[in-house]
Design a protein around this ligand. Structure first.
Ligand code: ZDR
Length: 286
């Protein structure tokens, strides 16, 4: 099975044209994403035909779970569609169907770089839409909800960008936060019926923030596109940022724009790394 490896600021993905093949994708994701026994990636993304858009994207985490949406992955998906013969090589605008709805993308040349802008749609803030297990009658939004994990009190703000995110704000550099201890406990906390991605964010000024992420089903990664969007929305709900924000993640920078009501726009790079052929049945014992 042919695959192409991409990354979006270090958040890396294996992409497969699955229009004519069918596999046990959760199992394939577990073996291919393994960094010792497989190719190694933060997710497996497959391209399928779509009735509503140019293509349909499905994304599987390294643990085999399926995510509704993937911000860095969808930028890689756009380049995969035009560079690997699924769309016309001159295509610059496209619509991609995901579990989180239809997303509009545009490929742009800026200097020597190809950037992808994605209309990520509006954020979802009601607890039942994220989902967060809080009674909707009492909470119309989850802002600074006190969560205790391991004796740590975290104030979390929850946002869905199609997939669930819990954001906590810190005043110290984010690298000091014990993400490897706390991340998995937040991901699996009983408050989140579909688990959650977890972002630790420091707002630097009204146009800049730094962020580290613990991803649902993947653990600590270099970057998270939906997480950057969710974090800008969360900071905006607090009134701490303007409409345009540069988000610095361990793997690079994303530009996020939100006017406080409409869709969130994300702009960033997507880079092709290599292609290969996966021998089915290879990789780790499942
Ligand atoms: C965070 C993510 N890499 C992105 O760039 O948006 C998405 C991957 C999916 C995530 N692990 C989830 O929601 O389960």
């Amino acid at each position: 099975m042919m695959f192409v490896k991409f990354h979006g600021i270090g958040n890396d993905f294996i992409l497969v044209d699955a229009r004519r093949i069918s596999r046990d994708w959760p199992a394939v994701a577990r073996s291919m994403c393994n960094r010792n026994f497989g190719v190694g990636a933060d997710g497996l993304i497959i391209a399928l035909p779509s009735q509503r858009g140019h293509a349909r994207m499905r994304i599987f985490n390294p643990d085999g779970s399926e995510a509704e949406m993937c911000g860095n992955g969808i930028r890689c998906f756009a380049r995969f569609l035009v560079e690997d013969g699924i769309l016309h090589p001159d295509a610059r605008r496209m619509t991609v169907e995901t579990m989180a709805g239809l997303q509009e993308l545009e490929l742009r040349r800026e200097g020597t770089e190809t950037l992808v802008q994605v209309n990520m749609g509006p954020p979802h803030l009601r607890p039942q839409d994220i989902p967060v297990d809080l009674v909707p009658e009492k909470y119309d939004r989850v802002v600074d909800y006190p969560l205790t994990v391991d004796g740590w009190r975290l104030d979390i703000t929850c946002v869905s960008m199609g997939n669930p995110h819990a954001v906590t704000f810190v005043t110290e550099p984010v690298e000091r936060f014990p993400l490897l201890d706390i991340g998995p406990k937040v991901e699996h906390h009983g408050l989140f019926p579909r688990r959650t991605n977890f972002e630790v964010v420091r707002v630097l000024d009204r146009g800049h923030m730094e962020l580290r992420v613990w991803e649902r089903g993947a653990g600590p990664t270099q970057a998270c596109g939906t997480g950057a969007c969710a974090s800008v929305v969360a900071a905006s709900l607090h009134g701490w940022v303007d409409q345009e924000v540069e988000v610095a993640l361990p793997g690079g920078v994303l530009r996020i724009s939100w006017d406080g009501a409409g869709p969130v726009y994300m702009t960033g790079p997507a880079e092709r790394v290599f292609w290969g052929e996966w021998e089915m049945g290879g990789g780790a014992p499942l």
